[in-house]
Design a protein around this ligand. Structure first.
Ligand SMILES: Cc1cc2nc3c(=O)[nH]c(=O)nc-3n(C[C@H](O)[C@H](O)[C@H](O)COP(=O)(O)OP(=O)(O)OC[C@H]3O[C@@H](n4cnc5c(N)ncnc54)[C@H](O)[C@@H]3O)c2cc1C
Length: 507
């Protein structure tokens, strides 16, 4: 587009071109406003994950009267309901009670560091500064926290885990709150296009009701007008193979995904069709803790995350460690992909019993992982080496060295974080798990302001359009830290509602 041409007159000229039958090839139009809208609401929210539901509740609390939440799937919750069930917050009462010193500046620094300097500072800052208030807000909504846990890449334990061990521990109380507030949550309703006026401001959406996921043309078309704006909270595109390959050609269909089947990115594309800007689309996160011995997210991550630093990761082909176990997700996933075959992590029973239970892994889930063969038990190092076809002598040297590092509380090889309560793994018994990464999170997405307004290609705000959660980009930069997505989605969902309600503060 000619740089002197604004998005407004671009849309205007495209409308004129279409009227003359001259639509540009391959460029879909924004939907035209209907003569009659089928429904009119104040605030329309697309998506029932963390971002969408948080926005609905905040919008109601900020005085927006007529809110509608839609979702294309037959059940609510998207990726959020299957998520690991912990939210980052820096400086809470739970951390203080556990003797953990933390503050928003440290969280901010960790987000920037993990993001390789690519996180947009004003967005990261908003998350860091709001995290404690957000934790209290969640408690007010009925979320019950049970423990503070550590995730790789954070300076201190600050992931606040919920009782339910999954994102359902956030989603269920938020759905209950929507019910209490009388906010309708309409499922099987898919957004197809965004409707704008001739100046490019968003009026509403074109959608289909009674849509059946997987049946392309199902459902009846409806036009929904949204007087105070539309919030796009439709999640990421991890499940859209051509779309992710367009940005990272390595991520072909051979890579599975941890995401729910509806993480397909078409709402992001609909926003692009009306001129929305995107950022950092090629930063797509692989989860380094998934196992090829099960599907999806599975149980392996619940075993692996608390095990890192107590147990060690080894390449079965060499019997040696190859990466900092407590490093961030990208560092670990890239290292495994470079090895080109599954690696293993193992931990002694002594360390496992101290560390694994009581966090996200319950004894029931752990037993299930062992029964399914995702986690395997070995009486000693020789049995483990034999099963994975690792040279025993080399593995013993690796194991002895790591035990030395635990004793010395320092790892001169890979600088793995050494925990004070770790004990040498010795000769077992051990628990072990195979690792192969899956596509987990799309860090790139729509470009937003720190008030959750969507920007156009000229970096101007598109009137009436908001976005929050995984559909947005620039919040995390190149690596998203574990449990920071939950904070991101909920804080920016709430912020979007706040802005739509006409509040001038961010939260
Ligand atoms: C298995 C798993 C575990 C995770 N664990 C953690 C963790 O422990 N900590 C952390 O910080 N992050 C974690 N994440 C990431 C985090 O859960 C997600 O980034 C977050 O849930 C995204 O929330 P969201 O509200 O943006 O989108 P979602 O929760 O994905 O919700 C988006 C909703 O929009 C709907 N939708 C999509 N397109 C349309 C359309 N065209 N019309 C209507 N509706 C549409 C979808 O059906 C979906 O229900 C995890 C992710 C996964 C998959």
């Amino acid at each position: 587009m000619n740089s002197s041409m604004t998005r407004r007159n671009f849309l205007g000229s495209m409308t004129a071109a279409a009227a003359a039958g001259l639509a540009a090839p391959g460029l879909a139009m924004a939907a035209k406003a209907p003569e009659k809208w089928d429904k009119t609401v104040d605030f329309l929210i697309v998506g029932t994950g963390f971002a969408g539901l948080a926005a609905a509740i905040q919008g109601h609390e900020d005085g927006i009267k007529n809110i509608l939440v839609i979702d294309k799937m037959p059940t609510a919750g998207g990726n959020s309901i299957i998520n690991g069930g912990a939210v980052a917050a820096a400086g809470t009462d739970m951390q203080k009670a556990a003797g953990i010193k933390d503050n928003p500046d440290l969280l901010y620094a960790d987000i920037l560091k993990a993001g390789g300097g690519l996180a947009h500072p004003e967005l990261a800052r908003h998350i860091a500064d709001s995290s404690v208030e957000n934790y209290h807000w969640l408690k007010k909504q009925g979320v019950k926290f049970k423990a503070v846990t550590f995730h790789g890449g954070h300076s201190v334990p600050r992931s606040h885990a919920v009782m339910e061990n999954s994102g359902a521990g956030f989603i269920r109380p938020m759905l209950a709150k929507c019910k209490e507030y009388g906010i309708p949550v309409q499922l099987r309703t898919i957004l197809d296009e965004i409707v704008v006026d001739d100046k490019g401001a968003v009026l509403g959406i074109k959608a289909r009701q009674n849509y059946r996921f997987g049946r392309d043309n199902s459902g009846k078309t409806v036009y929904i007008r949204a007087l105070k704006g539309v919030l796009l909270a439709a999640g990421g595109f991890s499940r859209n193979v051509p779309m992710r390959m367009e940005h990272d050609p390595r991520l072909n269909e051979k890579f599975g995904s941890t995401n729910h089947p509806g993480a397909t990115g078409e709402v992001l594309q609909a926003a692009q069709m009306i001129g929305a800007n995107t950022v950092q689309m090629d930063w797509i996160q692989l989860g380094p803790w998934t196992s090829p011995d099960e599907e999806g997210f599975g149980l392996a991550p619940l075993f692996v995350e608390p095990a890192v630093g107590y147990g060690l990761m080894v390449d079965p082909a060499t019997g040696k460690r190859f990466i900092q176990e407590t490093g961030n997700r990208k560092v670990r996933a890239d290292a495994i992909v470079a090895i080109e075959h599954p690696t293993i992590i193992y931990i002694s029973e002594k360390n496992a019993m101290n560390k694994i239970y009581g966090k996200n892994m319950t004894p029931e889930l752990f037993n299930r992982a062992v029964e399914n063969g995702v986690v395997r038990k070995f009486e000693n190092l020789k049995a483990l080496a034999d099963y994975y076809k690792i040279d025993y002598k080399t593995l013993k040297e690796t194991n002895d060295k790591f035990d030395g590092y635990i004793k010395a509380q320092k790892d001169p090889e890979f600088n793995c974080m050494m925990f004070k309560d770790a004990v040498p793994n010795g000769d077992g018994p051990f628990y072990a798990c195979r690792l192969w990464p899956r596509v987990h999170h799309t860090m790139g997405g729509l470009s937003i302001t720190d008030k959750a307004q969507v920007k156009d290609a000229h970096l101007k705000v598109i009137p009436g359009l908001y976005a929050a959660g995984e559909i947005t980009g620039g919040v995390h930069g190149m690596v998203r830290l574990g449990t920071v997505a939950v904070a991101d989605c909920i804080i920016f969902g709430r912020t979007a509602a706040h802005t739509a309600a006409g509040k001038t503060s961010k939260l």
